[in-house]
Design a protein around this ligand. Structure first.
Ligand SMILES: [Zn+2]
Length: 67
């Protein structure tokens, strides 16, 4: 016997898969570039970015911080 299982892709609602809305909290110029401390305005996750050159996009030097 076969129970017809409809392909129901149920995404876990507890999984936070939103696109973080990074807000720059502070920026510090170092010899390597500008260190940006950013925080997601939605979930509060913090991240540290570094912008080596002004004409280059910031690179994440850390994964998301916090527990
Ligand atoms: Zn977020």
């Amino acid at each position: 016997m076969h129970t017809s299982s409809t392909e129901n892709s149920t995404l876990s609602p507890t999984l936070q898969t939103h696109e973080h809305a990074w807000l720059t909290e502070s920026a510090h110029r170092t010899s390597d570039g500008t260190v940006l401390y950013v925080r997601c305005g939605e979930c509060g996750t913090r991240r540290v970015d570094i912008a080596a050159h002004t004409d280059m996009p910031p690179t994440a030097v850390s994964t998301t911080l916090g527990d």
